[in-house]
Design a protein. Structure first.
Length: 290
């Protein structure tokens, strides 16, 4: 990976990690489904009137918008509302890396190196340690929602590879257009007009900051950068980089939310970081690089 792309990957993962505690700030005053709907409304409008539609079929845009907005981020927000700590949420979503590695093998003929197999085992060990050590206030439903969200992210990665889009920023903007309506309908069906009334009466500057960060940093910039990397490199090369997100997510939770990290948590995160490093190594056996 070129140095400029490696720097982009580090920046994207850092901002994505920070987005988890920032999202928690927004959920203090806004319903999780409504917050997600607002995020993707602002991600799409007014930009679809200013940016030409990317040269891909409408079906790809609709599918990515629904997976990206409804099946991924709405579930993340619901999981955090259910009690999953933002740092833990940023960790659980990294199971998408394992799903993406599998898709790369099944759909794109990519071959896993020995180092990638070992890295997957180390990362799974670290992830399961942290989930197992969680204090217990997070519900089983919250964990399940985060894992479904992780699977959804892996499907989004597949769509980027399959559709062959070159205008990655335009793709994110136009795909965002298809998420708000189903999210607004789900908000109404779940809670009636209460979330909308609450939004008008209890909106705060913290909530506004959280929403703008989610739109312009976590959505526009980060997904542009991530999808660009997916366009240029194999899925199995890019996906493991997302394992850095929980490190930044936990650090942001400590600073913004005062989250406590135990020694066991720290050791588990070191396992995840070690997995990332191991996955980037190529070893030579019998004259063959693996």
């Amino acid at each position: 990976m070129q140095n400029k792309h490696l720097f982009l990957a580090l920046l994207v993962t850092a901002l994505w990690g920070l987005n988890f505690p920032v999202t928690k700030l927004g959920l203090a005053n806004i319903d999780p489904l409504l917050l997600t709907a607002l995020r993707f409304t602002l991600a799409a409008l007014p930009w679809v009137f200013l940016i030409p539609r990317p040269q891909v079929a409408w079906g790809w845009l609709v599918a990515y918008g629904l997976i990206f907005g409804v099946a991924m981020w709405a579930l993340i927000n619901l999981g955090i509302e259910q009690g999953v700590a933002p740092g833990t949420a940023s960790l659980l979503i990294q199971f998408s890396a394992f799903f993406s590695l599998g898709w790369g093998v099944l759909l794109f003929g990519e071959r896993l190196r020995l180092s990638q197999v070992l890295a997957t085992g180390l990362a799974a060990w670290g992830l399961l340690r942290i989930v197992g050590a969680s204090p217990g206030q997070a519900t089983t439903l919250g964990y399940a929602l985060l894992l479904v969200s992780a699977f959804s992210w892996s499907l989004g990665n597949v769509i980027i590879k399959r559709c062959g889009v070159r205008e990655v920023f335009a793709f994110v903007v136009w795909a965002s257009l298809f998420a708000p309506l189903p999210l607004l309908v789900l908000t109404w069906l779940s809670h009636g007009n209460a979330p909308f009334v609450q939004l008008v009466g209890e909106i705060s500057w913290t909530s506004i900051f959280s929403l703008l960060f989610q739109v312009y940093v976590a959505t526009h910039f980060c997904y542009w950068g991530w999808n660009l990397l997916l366009r240029e490199y194999p899925v199995s090369r890019v996906a493991p980089l997302s394992l850095l997100i929980p490190l930044f997510g936990t650090a942001g939770s400590i600073v913004l939310l005062g989250q406590q990290v135990t020694l066991d948590d720290g050791l588990s995160m070191l396992l995840v970081l070690l997995a990332l490093l191991v996955g980037q190594v190529r070893w030579r056996f019998g004259g063959v690089w693996r």
